[in-house]
Structure formats: structure tokens, C-alpha cells
Design a protein around this ligand. Structure first.
Ligand code: G1P
Length: 289
């Protein structure tokens, strides 16, 4: 079985749920405390064993490329002021993993974005991480859990959790047979169904391990839900020739594309930060009195 080394992270979207700030700042560069959200996603990939990442970007996202590049002038300022802790942190951002970029020239949907990674992926299974979903698990990153499931079962693996019934229309929904405590064999997937159409409330939440055979399906995929080329539809087509599994991962997942989800993440991460957690706790305690 192939070792999983590569990941694709699509970052070309306009981030309309976060306007007006996303008019000039990519949503991936909005910070949770002092770190852009894209860095949380990339760190999860690196901690899961990924060595090569492709960011599918657009012409409006140059600041993401700059962020992961070297910044020699800043490094020499930090060096001469002997701020070695900060220097290491800054260097690590550009050195932690190999990152390449490809432009998605038209916004035709998630399936189309992933298709831009065909050459990068070649003939091995790969991961996809979506930037709107941040998952916190102190002991084992979400993607690592999926990779371990892949290593045990083979086949593509979708990261899922149960969502509220009224929220099924925001997600790709899984229909499958439970084969162990946290694993389903997928029979069908429906992208953003209505509550009536949804066979379950098991939702795909922004983490995937996918067979490279997906590109054969993406290549001929038709426009699907909301007039977009949907990754979900091509994964459904993959089921006719290969097993696809859904893995109920452990961890707290934040929908940071949503304002409330973003604020929850900011509060929770500040309560996990040793340097500020006591101050924040006292402050929240005061406010809620
Ligand atoms: C995408 C996928 C959907 C998945 C969701 C997870 O939708 O198409 O299947 O459940 O991400 O966040 P989007 O939110 O990009 O419209």
C-alpha cells in the first residue's frame, strides 16, 4: 500500500461568507489569535506525515504565497535584535513542508479545484484538506486518523461527523453501512441535500484521503449542485469500481467559514494558550456574571 505523502488544499474561493474583510484579505489569512487559519490546516497535514502540499490558488491570493516564502530582511532584523524565538518561528513557517502553488483560473467548484492537482498527485493516493474546517485533537490530528484508517482498509476515506438534521443541506451527506464503531462503507453520497432527501446526518467535514483514480472521474464530471463541479459527485462515481469509507473522526471541529464558528474557535484556542488563558478566563467570567 502506498504511503500517503501529498495533500491538496484549495484556497481559491472568494470567501463571501466573510465579506467585507475578504474583499482584500484572503479568508485563509484571517488569524485565530496570531496565526492565519491556513497555518492551522498546514500544521495538521505536517503532523499527519504529509511532506508535499499543493495550494490551489487564484490571482487574488498572493499574500498566501508570500506568507510561506522566506523573508530574509525580517530574519536579519530578528537576528540582530537576538530575538531567536521569533526568528525560529518565522523560519519554520517557510521550511516546515514543501509547498507548491497552482492557479485555478476559473471558479468552477471544489471538484474543478482538486482536478488542478492531477499532475502534482501522479499515481498515488493523496489527501484533501478544506480550509473552512479546523479540527482540534491534542493527541492525534484528524488527518492522521484518516490516514490510519486508509492504512487498515485501503480505499478512499472521508472524514465525517454527525451534524444537526437542520444542517444537512450545508454538506456532502453519506449513506453507508456501519462496519465498525467509527467506520462506514459508503454506498452513496449526496451533495447538500434537503432535510427530506438526506439519508443520514453523517456529513463530510473537509478531510479526505482519495485514490488517484478520482481524476478519471473529475475529468468528465458534469456540473452538479449549485452549478459547480462537485468532488462529492466524482467520489460517488468512484464507488462503482473501488471501496470508499467514511471515518467518524475524533476531535472538535470548527466551521471557521461561519462567523459564530470562527468566534468559537478564537475563544477555545485562546483558552488553550498558556500565555493568555488565565486572562481570557477571568475576562469571560466577568462578562458572564
Ligand atoms: C464542501 C463539500 C461538501 C463538504 C463541505 C465540508 O462544501 O462540497 O461535500 O461537506 O465542503 O465543509 P462547501 O462548504 O465548500 O460548499
Amino acid at each position: 500500500m502506498s504511503v500517503i505523502r501529498k495533500a491538496i488544499i484549495p484556497v481559491a474561493g472568494f470567501g463571501t461568507r466573510f465579506l467585507p474583510v475578504t474583499k482584500s484579505i484572503p479568508k485563509e489569512m484571517i488569524p485565530i489569535i496570531d496565526k492565519p487559519t491556513i497555518q492551522y490546516i498546514i500544521e495538521e497535514a505536517v503532523e499527519s506525515g504529509i511532506t508535499d502540499i499543493l495550494l490551489v490558488t487564484s490571482k487574488y491570493k498572493k499574500s498566501i504565497e508570500d506568507y510561506f516564502d522566506n523573508f530574509k530582511e525580517l530574519e536579519s532584523v530578528l537576528e540582530s535584535s537576538k530575538n531567536y524565538e521569533m526568528l525560529d518561528m518565522i523560519k519554520n513557517i517557510s521550511n516546515m513542508v514543501n509547498i507548491t502553488f497552482v492557479r485555478q483560473k476559473e471558479q468552477k467548484g471544489l471538484g474543478h479545484a482538486i482536478y488542478q492537482g492531477k499532475t502534482f498527485v501522479g499515481n498515488e493516493p493523496f489527501c484533501v484538506l478544506l480550509g473552512d474546517d479546523i479540527v482540534y485533537n491534542r493527541d492525534k490530528p484528524c488527518l492522521k486518523q484518516l490516514i490510519e484508517c486508509y492504512e487498515e482498509y485501503g480505499g478512499s476515506v472521508l472524514g465525517v461527523q454527525e451534524v444537526k438534521h437542520e444542517d444537512v443541506s450545508k454538506y456532502g451527506i453519506v449513506d453507508g453501512n456501519k462496519i465498525s464503531e467509527n467506520i462506514y462503507r459508503v454506498n452513496n453520497l449526496i451533495e447538500k441535500p434537503s432535510m427530506e432527501e438526506a439519508p443520514t446526518n453523517i456529513a463530510i467535514l473537509g478531510r479526505y484521503v482519495i485514490s488517484c483514480k478520482i481524476f478519471e472521474h473529475l475529468e468528465k464530471e458534469n456540473y452538479g449542485k449549485n452549478g459547480e463541479i462537485q468532488l462529492t459527485d466524482s467520489i460517488t462515481n468512484l464507488i462503482s469500481t473501488e471501496e470508499v469509507y467514511a471515518y467518524k473522526f475524533q476531535g472538535t471541529r470548527y466551521d471557521i467559514g461561519d462567523k459564530v464558528g470562527y468566534l468559537k474557535a478564537t475563544i477555545d484556542y485562546s483558552l488553550r494558550d498558556d500565555k493568555i488563558k488565565h486572562i481570557i478566563k477571568d475576562y469571560l467570567g466577568e462578562k458572564l456574571k
